[in-house]
Design a protein around this ligand. Structure first.
Ligand SMILES: [Zn+2]
Length: 240
């Protein structure tokens, strides 16, 4: 056999070997424990999002709510120096990171203008879409939505119609026309309520109201923290 032919065969074998190696490495990614170890080397949640877009299997693993996956995302968030906060009860790390750090465009129209009321509605939404997708408390009451059901939902409260960019804590007990609810959430909770057995409704309402009150306290805390961070940033720039 000529030297040239031997070299060509050796090169082909090397290529096949490296293909086998990369296939083996790729298949190892799907072992959750190995994936978790690999993800320790991922620098930021942005890289995790990119990894989850590689294939369906990785997306399923990285979008799950398993304890291991939640830890993977939490650790990546910690690498952004965000160690003092945690997602509210019932919100996954992925959704929290998306709302807090990563999402930059409205999930309905893709506009990148200022997002409004993301914590209240747990969505990234521009001002125009928020206006289309919310209904005022007084309108909902006119449509015979039970008042006690509205107290099971977080809402946005504005100083004037959707113009508040400053922190404005929300309180139960001062509800008026400036309170807006996510319309689809209102009708979803109404459907759930109507499905309940009459005997279970009272306990269900109490449980939901307690959870909503806790969430409202959480929103006020996170907004206050965001505002403090903003002020500190401005002062740092001013003093630099
Ligand atoms: Zn929009």
């Amino acid at each position: 056999m000529s030297d040239k032919k031997e070299r060509s065969i050796a090169n082909q074998e090397k290529t096949v070997d490296s293909e086998v190696d990369s296939k083996k490495a790729f298949s190892l990614l799907f072992v959750p424990e190995i994936l978790a170890e690999i993800c320790e080397y991922v620098e930021s949640p942005k890289e995790l999002y990119s990894l989850s877009a590689v294939c369906r299997k990785l997306r399923d693993l990285l979008w799950s709510n398993s304890i291991m996956t939640q830890k993977i995302w939490r650790d990546s968030r910690f690498r952004l120096e965000d160690k003092k906060t945690q997602p509210p009860k019932g919100m996954s790390e992925q959704q929290y990171i998306w709302l807090k750090h990563m999402g930059v465009s409205c999930q309905y129209c893709r506009s990148t203008s200022t997002m409004k009321n993301k914590w209240e509605f747990k969505r990234l939404c521009c001002e125009e879409c928020v206006q289309k997708k919310t209904t005022s408390r007084s309108e909902l009451l006119k449509k015979k939505i039970p008042e006690e059901l509205l107290s099971c939902l977080p809402y946005a409260q504005t100083i004037s119609h959707f113009t508040n960019d400053v922190f404005f804590p929300i309180h139960h007990g001062s509800l008026d026309d400036s309170c807006y609810y996510w319309t689809d959430d209102v009708y979803a909770i109404l459907a759930e309520y109507n499905e309940l057995n009459e005997n279970n409704k009272k306990a269900w309402l109490e449980k939901r109201q307690t959870a909503t009150n806790e969430y409202i306290a959480y929103i006020n805390e996170i907004k206050s923290r965001e505002q403090n961070e903003l002020i500190v940033d401005i002062f740092k720039k001013f003093l630099a």
